[in-house]
Design a protein around this ligand. Structure first.
Ligand code: NAP
Length: 225
């Protein structure tokens, strides 16, 4: 049993909470407005969940899921996540997050941005290319024909392995994309993004990915101005 801290209690945060609780884990979940606004969700999740501030969820989680809009990533607490595996569900939507030059130019990835914000944590991408509602419905036992596969990516083998074990518990196969620098292959608008696919189909879709090419070669990784 693992205690998952969850920072963000929206579509994905609430669904990841449901799924990991169904698999026997505990959850400490948070949002931006404070634990008192999460009473309906926590009562729905049951006794294995409690609401907290983001700081408390980061402290309490043995493994922590960051699932806030990308524009809020710099508000994620740093110190309580030191040394921990952090699962990053985030995607870049310029319509919501504002334009980020380094992502537009294809010289950075969403998860490298979080890894730089959390320099002593072990960030692994997870749950970023599945619709929230499918997390609790599409899982199947290992070995089932057509079992859906999800990607992970990390600069830390231990973190990628954790996500792989968790996916398996929740009913999904895994493809490890490799280091976070390669995680653009599973970002928005790539062939592997938010489609139901088996492991071999996911491998094929990752191979088909084409990166945006930088037009401005002066753009550096990072959030920019
Ligand atoms: N929706 C999907 O199916 C889906 C699928 C895969 C990946 N994703 C990605 O996963 C991320 C989350 O998506 P979502 O759809 O779950 O978003 P959402 O429904 O808008 O929920 C975002 C959550 O983050 C919380 N939040 C915002 N700023 C925060 C802060 N500084 N500290 C703590 N919590 C904060 C919000 O709290 P308040 O409500 O209090 O503001 C809310 O609970 C996004 O990057 C998204 O692109 C989404």
């Amino acid at each position: 049993m693992t205690t998952y801290g969850i920072i963000g209690a929206g579509n994905i945060g609430s669904q990841v909470a449901r799924a990991v609780i169904a698999a026997g884990h505990d959850v400490v979940i948070s949002n931006s407005r404070g634990p008192e606004t999460l009473s309906d969700l926590v009562s729905d999740l049951g006794e294995k969940a409690r609401a907290a501030t983001a700081q408390e969820a980061a402290e309490a989680g043995e493994v922590v899921v960051v699932t806030v809009p990308l524009k809020a990533v710099d508000e994620v607490p740093v110190e309580p996540l030191a040394g921990k595996i952090v699962i990053d569900t985030n995607n870049y939507y310029f319509e919501r997050d504002g334009h980020i030059a380094a992502l537009d130019a294809g010289v950075d990835t969403v998860s490298q941005m979080l890894q730089r914000h959390l320099p002593t944590s072990k960030v692994a991408k997870g749950f970023n290319h599945i619709m929230a509602k499918d997390i609790t419905t599409d899982g199947k036992p290992a070995g089932t024909e057509g079992r859906r596969a999800l990607a992970t990516s990390s600069d830390f083998e231990e973190a990628a392995e954790h996500v792989q074990r968790l996916y398996d518990e929740l009913g999904f196969d895994t493809v490890n994309v490799g280091p976070l620098a390669d995680s653009w292959r599973v970002e928005r608008d790539q062939p592997a993004y938010v489609v139901a696919q088996t492991r071999s189909e996911l491998v094929a879709n990752l191979a088909k990915a084409e990166r945006v090419t930088a037009t401005d070669t002066d753009v550096q990784p990072g959030l920019g101005e």
